[in-house]
Ligand binder design. Structure first.
Ligand SMILES: NC(=O)c1ccc[n+]([C@@H]2O[C@H](COP(=O)([O-])OP(=O)(O)OC[C@H]3O[C@@H](n4cnc5c(N)ncnc54)[C@H](OP(=O)(O)O)[C@@H]3O)[C@@H](O)[C@H]2O)c1
Length: 228
């Protein structure tokens, strides 16, 4: 470790985009703490002197508090909450059981913000708290419908993130909502446009460009700003 080495906490990194982001940032010389919910073979392969693997479920406040304790002393240039679910995303709202719709909302909107609130004191000056949103979270860009509970959860995440950024305006870190593109993961499916490495590299470029900027931005993996 050197004094100038950047440090990231990537939450929800067992597979898919989170795992790809760990690989990308480690490859760029960052130190990374990466979280899984249960043992991840992909993360185990990346574990090293610069990649530290931790375990947390973001829906479990006690587990998040325990992680905060275990990572005492760390200062992060980036805290990126990537974790998300798309349970029964293809069904319209009225066809989704209430408890399923509620869980999608909790995991995608409430838990990321609560996680960020807990870890806000660990973000270095000029650092960034990033949330994995989606273009589907844009109210303005919803011209095709569908993905109702998922869209609403990401729109709620965007709304909460704006209030979070305002609440922490004086803290000296920026807030970034990212759309990764449509990516071939378990969630994105085999037909998606992009591979994980392309999306992760694009998001890492946007993050590196956004470091040191205050306020909130909503951008895609190519750096384009999205309409709210
Ligand atoms: N793929 C796309 O095209 C796309 C497009 C737009 C936005 N996104 C967003 O990008 C993020 C990552 O998606 P992905 O495509 O990589 O999906 P994925 O392959 O299904 O991976 C989801 C990740 O989230 C973790 N996770 C889910 N619930 C969690 C919880 N309660 N606590 C901790 N971790 C949890 C999963 O852990 P486990 O392995 O333990 O389940 C897994 O690591 C999500 O927020 C998703 O909404 C994806």
């Amino acid at each position: 470790m050197t004094d100038t080495q950047r440090n990231a906490l990537i939450v929800g990194a067992s597979r898919g985009l989170g795992l790809g982001l760990v690989e990308t940032f480690a490859g760029r010389g960052w130190r990374v703490s990466a979280t899984q919910r249960s043992a991840s073979p992909g993360l185990a392969r990346l574990a090293s002197g610069t990649v530290r693997v931790e375990t947390v479920d973001i829906d479990d406040d006690a587990a998040v508090a325990a992680l905060h304790e275990r990572l005492a002393g760390e200062r992060y240039d980036l805290v990126f909450v990537v974790a998300g679910v798309a349970t029964q995303a293809h069904a319209p709202l009225h066809a989704v059981p209430r408890e399923v719709a509620a869980q999608v909302y909790l995991t995608n909107a409430v838990s990321p913000i609560r996680f960020a609130e807990t870890f806000a004191d660990r973000v270095a000056p000029g650092g960034l708290i990033a949330f994995m949103s989606s273009a589907l979270g844009s109210v303005a860009l919803n011209e095709s419908g569908g993905f109702e509970t998922y869209r609403a959860s990401k729109a709620a995440l965007n709304t909460y993130a704006r209030s979070f950024a305002i609440r922490h305006r004086a803290a000296g870190f920026g807030v970034l909502l990212l759309h990764p593109g449509w990516v071939r993961t378990d969630m994105g499916g085999a037909e998606a446009d992009l591979d994980v490495a392309t999306s992760a590299a694009g998001m890492a470029d946007v993050i590196e460009e956004q470091l040191g900027r205050a306020g909130i931005a909503y951008r895609d993996y190519r750096g384009e700003t999205l309409a709210w």
